[in-house]
Design a protein around this ligand. Structure first.
Ligand SMILES: [Zn+2]
Length: 163
């Protein structure tokens, strides 16, 4: 596995709609492994393939003390509720912004072997899923800011919730 360079805004790779994964082959397994390693090395809690320059619908989520979640071709089935959360992004270092996210979410996807799965996310997992699924649609959290003052500059240290 290797650590991949992370694309930073305003890189255009972050703004395109990523393509569906069709083949669950060795090259996808390698990409998944590299993405997990890159996410953990950057101390992020989530990463989408376009952030490492690959325009495919692959996301990984790694919450502290939990097993990584790997989703291919994820689709939101249902979102419930709404709340304001502080979010940051490995592609927009040094900032945190207030955005509205669902309270819970149900997502269907394929696992790395191609099997269809459904997962339900609440709390941090819910907004991490929304954030990463946004990434594969070319959307960044800063697009959801109600006003520019909802974005704050933070010290150039890592936060626990960068995705
Ligand atoms: Zn992000």
């Amino acid at each position: 596995m290797s650590i991949l360079p992370i694309r930073l805004a305003p890189d255009l790779m972050l703004r395109q709609k990523a393509k569906r994964v069709k083949y669950f082959d060795g090259s996808i397994q390698k990409l998944i492994g590299d993405m997990q390693e890159t996410m953990h090395a950057a101390e992020g809690i989530g990463l989408a393939a376009p952030q490492v320059g690959i325009p495919l619908r692959v996301i990984v989520i790694g919450l502290p003390e939990e097993e990584d979640i790997v989703l291919l071709n994820p689709q939101v089935v249902r979102k419930t509720g709404e709340r304001v959360v502080d979010e940051s992004c490995l592609s927009i270092p040094g900032y945190v912004g207030e955005v509205k996210r669902a309270i819970s979410i149900i997502v269907k996807a394929r696992d790395p072997s191609g099997k269809e799965i459904r997962i339900r996310g609440e709390k941090v997992l819910s907004h991490a899923l929304e954030h990463e699924i946004d990434h594969i649609n070319g959307i960044l959290y800063i697009d959801h800011l109600e006003t520019p003052d909802k974005l704050r500059k933070i010290k150039p240290t890592k936060t626990e919730t960068e995705t």
